[in-house]
Write a protein that binds this ligand. Sequence first.
Ligand code: ARG
Length: 459
Amino acid sequence: MLWGGRFKKKFADEGMEFSSSLNFDINLLDEDIEVSIAHTKMLAKCDLLTGTEEKKIIEGLRKILEESKNGFWFPDAGEFEDIHSAVESRLLELIGDVAKKLHTGRSRNDQVVTGFRLWLKKAINQLINEIIDLQKILLAVSEKHTETIIPGYTHLQRAQPVSLAFHFLAYMEMFERDKKRLKFVFEECDTLPLGSGALAGSTLPLDREYSAEILGFSKISANAMDSVSDRDFAIDFLNSCNIGMMHLSRIAEEIILWVTQEWNFLKIGDEFTTGSSLMPQKKNPDLLELIRGKSGRTFGNYLSLITMMKGLPLSYNRDMQEDKEPVFDSFIQYSKSLKIFSKILQSLQIDNKRFLKELDGNFILATDMAEWLVLQGIPFRDAHKIVGKLVFFAEEKQIKLKEVKQEDLLKIHPLFADKNVKKILSIENALSRKKTYGSPNPSIVKKEIKKWKKVLYNK
Ligand code: ARG
């Protein structure tokens, strides 16, 4: 127990059981030891520890880590409030009274949040690398499908033709923003709170810059009260997980639709689909559904942390111990989702020709036709109306636009006498007619792919 002095009775077992965070903050063991080693070095540099004391404490801390890795030390949540007190108590057992000097000039309030920030910096780097891995796979698949024509949708109604590569590159942009957001959160985490004490700093001559240097923080926090009570960086992190999961959920949803019999556009590798215990014919995209489902869970984590924080007076309050589980959980769910999604993406079997016939000469090219009329000098609003009439006519007759007879075309507008009209209705060159940057013109998309290669492979 870290605080026995002014109490007559021992803390209730139920109280310990209720309040211990050990079962989850054991995740912070590596970082806690790292922080303590840095703190020890700093104390020695400031002459608050002798060289021998410093050596003994650091050896003891390293031993604890080793014991834990080898399964020789597993602290019990019934005994310790958190991993930080468990480590200190083990240190006392291992090296004796000198261990009592480790907590000089620090409080668990600044200690906890320092370890947490360190942990997050590592977690963020891992997530960024996992997003890059996913982007590389997405790019490889896209590269093969710059000419694979699919319907693009708005309102889930067929709108204009695009290519699968173009569709996937839309997600590439999202994933890139996800990385950007995480990099921002990394910067937010990269401030050292250690040396803030419980809330008001210390009368001891601590060298906070030195601790920052050892732990690899680029700056130190400016206000001790804020340092121990700020969890903005964790909320930002959870929001980054949210947006990332929302993107994964959307692409998962699209693939779920595409593998239905109704779309029948692609197949997921057997190794990533599941069967039904009842219906022998079924092949289900469970893993994608779970990615979609887990986004709900990470949104909940965000909400739980921001709600926990909203009524807290300065500075540290024990409520804040509730910050860790949502963060650990969102990290695990997001990381696992990224990894499994990459594998699924690699396993896709895509039917390149699936939409070719169906879209050829069809209503999906109506906008192109209206734009062709504009080039012949018709104001766009009139062109829109003319093609609208044509669509109405074809729909009534239940034929494609390209099947409307010449005489009927002429009845709708004399300009349709031009033979080039039919060319507009060919799906094959629908994409290459696009002129604007940011459109699915295969030559533009190929340039984009080159750009992404540079971004992802630095070449
Ligand atoms: N386990 C707590 C947490 O994670 C640390 C306790 C810090 N301080 C205290 N005064 N109880 O937030």
